[in-house]
Design a protein around this ligand. Structure first.
Ligand code: HEC
Length: 265
């Protein structure tokens, strides 16, 4: 009987690993409208990012959201990393140099800070020098940093997508705060961000529809990548570990059988 026990243990370990692989982030229910159900290519145990989608999502970030939202933990060179948008080294140099804001560098020989075009090794320069300046430009609200926001919110990508496509007229009788817009996917229903996207706002050159819905989806996928740049590697290694555990369980089973062959029981 006990060789079966050992094999069972091995399998149990494999099952534990596989369930950890597919576990989705929990959604805290009850407070706000749950996000719309939307499908992304990176879902599931074998899902991967769609390179074209990440590249389009970056374009939307750069041309629209970067005006208010920083991305402090991401460097231009990351845009060329394997498992991400995978821009070529030449493209990354151009994207860094042409980013709408210059990078603050220094001090120079005279002790002064100066601005210069970005290089691949630079981190994304922030839109505001500090939180107070950011609030002052946004009717008191702070546009959160984008580096890990897709992981910092429950069901992040679907939430961000729903928020972006979810602007509506407020229900009859509802008084909005000054500078607030009605959005039932945002906690409290009032958000201090004007609808940031409009159809045809960002030029797509690969034939993908230039709609708010598509921009929102591409941008949400892009933010999932900034929050979890090693997602593809994690899933690949997870699968390899499972294969290893199954083989190991088999080997242990036969080893056990051989070792106990001559013992009476
Ligand atoms: C003009 C400035 C501005 C632009 C441009 C802008 N945002 Fe915002 N955004 C804000 C502000 C301010 C807030 C905070 C709102 C609040 O707390 O009520 C915010 C909040 C958000 C949130 C909510 C985060 C949370 O706390 O749950 C998301 C998501 C978001 N923005 C996404 C985007 C995306 C995507 C774009 C580009 C398509 C974008 N924003 C463009 C100003 C901006």
């Amino acid at each position: 009987m006990s060789q079966i026990k050992i094999a069972t243990l091995g399998l149990a370990a494999a099952v534990a690993v596989s369930s950890a692989l597919v576990a989705a982030p929990a959604f805290a229910a009850g407070e706000v409208k749950p996000p719309k159900s939307v499908h992304f290519s990176f879902e599931g145990p074998f899902g991967t990012y769609d390179r074209g989608q990440l590249q389009r999502g970056y374009k939307v970030y750069e041309q629209v959201c970067a005006a208010c939202h920083s991305m402090d933990l991401v460097a231009f060179r990351n845009l060329g990393d394997p498992g991400g948008p995978e821009f070529s080294p030449a493209e990354v140099r151009v994207l860094a140099a042409e980013f709408p804001r210059e990078v603050v560098d220094g001090p120079d020989d005279l002790g002064d800070m100066f601005e210069r075009p970005g290089k691949p090794s630079d981190y994304f320069p922030p839109p505001f020098p500090n939180q107070a300046a950011a609030r002052a430009s946004n009717s008191g609200a702070y546009p959160p940093d984008f580096s890990v926001i897709a992981k910092a919110r429950p069901n992040g990508p679907a939430y961000i997508y729903s928020l972006l496509v979810g602007y509506e007229d407020p229900p009859a009788g509802m008084e909005l705060r000054d500078g607030a817009y009605y959005n039932s996917y945002f906690p409290g229903g009032q958000i201090a961000m004007a609808p940031p996207l409009f159809d045809e706002m960002v030029e797509y050159t690969d034939g993908t529809p230039m709609t708010v819905e598509q921009y929102s989806k591409d941008l949400s996928a892009f933010l999932m990548w900034t929050a979890e740049p090693k997602l593809e590697e994690r899933k690949r290694i997870g699968f390899q570990v499972m294969v290893f555990l199954v083989v190991l369980a088999g080997l242990l089973y036969f080893t056990k059988k051989k070792l106990w062959r001559d013992v009476d029981h």
